[in-house]
Design a protein around this ligand. Structure first.
Ligand code: PLP
Length: 375
């Protein structure tokens, strides 16, 4: 089976982890700030807080921005559930925004339409790896005094107006799950240029305690204070050792992903019933996913099954979050609230996309998809 995404672990990664395991610290040691600094340098952002998952990073963002009961946060609906769940963790209300038809990115016009006096923030998801329209979103946030959060779990290494993801919003969240661009097993990070927000997220990831174990060791002190309720969202040193090693290869992998996308794009240019997502001119797409829309005359689910039976691990990203039973039952969300995303969901399919995908595998995917689409 050719999967839709896959991690890439080589000997240098393994060596880095083993070296860390043999060192004095396997958690909350020197590899944490080293990884955070590498992330800052990579994305040209001032502060990074490494945590145990992308979901934890999103939760940290909500806490740092003071999102609480009674608040509304507008979030893309065409995303993984975690993008919205972080709002609910804070007992706030998620309001789902529709997508732009050709790119499937969050639609700033729909966002503005859904703002109320309770709206506190927007979570924009860089769907499939393409950064959203951050200029338009920033204009809206300035106009209504809202915070902007970027769920960049698909777009690390991508850029918008030549600015890397990481500092395009007030807080940007990355995931290092194995299916994403770089991995730490499980892991994530929240990045910001605001020192106060970074400090709040550091405290929240460590039970709400104001110093961590290593700081106290360095100071020779035992005293610590818990100033608020936090979680244990820490990441380990050996995970960060892996992350540091992986990050060195990210630019090369983004290039590879773009080369694969070009091969797909040029093949589908000929096939009118298969349409790749539209890329805006001012972006570098990080291509976490390669998504195409199938023509309405085609049966997506039948093609999905045929592709799977042919050994191609296609997928569908995503069921719009507002259509999940939990959201319908808890927030009374309904069909029709985000018609563009709901319609797109019926026709999209994600094709294999990862740096080690071979040319022959790409051609096999293209041939199979055109064969099963009868074109
Ligand atoms: C993967 C992902 C997350 C969650 O990341 P985890 O590290 O799995 O917790 C959140 N949002 C989006 C868009 C993702 O793709």
């Amino acid at each position: 089976m050719i999967p839709y995404g896959k991690q890439n672990i080589s000997q240098d990664d393994i060596d880095a982890v083993v070296k860390c395991l043999k060192s004095d610290f396997i958690t909350t040691g020197p590899k944490i700030p080293e990884f955070e600094n590498a992330l800052c340098e990579f994305s040209n952002t001032d502060y990074a807080v490494a945590v145990s998952s992308g979901t934890a990073a999103l939760h940290c963002a909500m806490v740092a921005l003071g999102i609480t009961k009674g608040d509304e946060v507008i979030v893309s609906t065409l995303t993984f559930a975690a993008s919205a769940n972080c709002i609910v963790y804070q007992n706030a209300t998620p309001i789902f925004a529709d997508s732009i038809e050709n790119s499937l990115l969050i639609d700033p016009v729909d966002v503005e339409r859904k703002i109320t006096s309770k709206t506190k923030a927007i979570i924009a998801v860089d769907y499939a790896g393409q950064p959203c329209d951050y200029d338009a979103l920033r204009t809206i946030c300035d106009k209504y005094n809202l915070f902007l959060v970027s769920d960049a779990c698909h777009s690390i290494g991508g850029s918008y107006n030549n600015k890397k993801t990481g500092s395009l919003a007030d807080i940007t969240c990355f995931s290092f799950h194995p299916v994403k661009h770089i991995t730490t097993g499980e892991g994530g990070a929240a990045l910001t240029n605001n020192e106060d927000l970074a400090s709040k997220m550091r405290i929240f990831r460590n039970h709400g305690i104001t110093t961590d174990y290593r700081q106290r060791e360095l100071n020779g002190a035992h005293y610590y204070e818990m100033t608020q309720l936090g979680f244990n969202y820490r990441i380990t040193d050996f995970q960060c050792a892996l992350g540091i090693s992986q990050l060195k290869k990210l630019n090369l992998w983004i290039e590879k992903r773009n080369q694969i996308a070009e091969i797909y794009d040029s093949a589908f240019l000929e096939l009118k019933k298969i349409t790749p997502l539209y890329n805006n001119e001012n972006v570098l797409n990080a291509y976490h996913l390669y998504v195409v829309k199938l023509d309405e005359s085609l049966n997506r689910d039948a093609i999905f099954l045929k592709m799977r039976n042919a050994g191609i691990g296609v997928n569908v990203h995503y069921i719009p979050v507002h259509l999940h039973p939990y959201y319908k039952n808890t927030f009374a969300t309904t069909e029709g609230q985000c018609p563009v995303a709901e319609e797109a969901y019926q026709h999209i399919i994600s094709l294999p996309m990862f740096p080690s995908l071979s040319y022959d595998e790409i051609l096999y995917v293209i041939d199979s998809l055109s064969k099963f689409s009868n074109i």
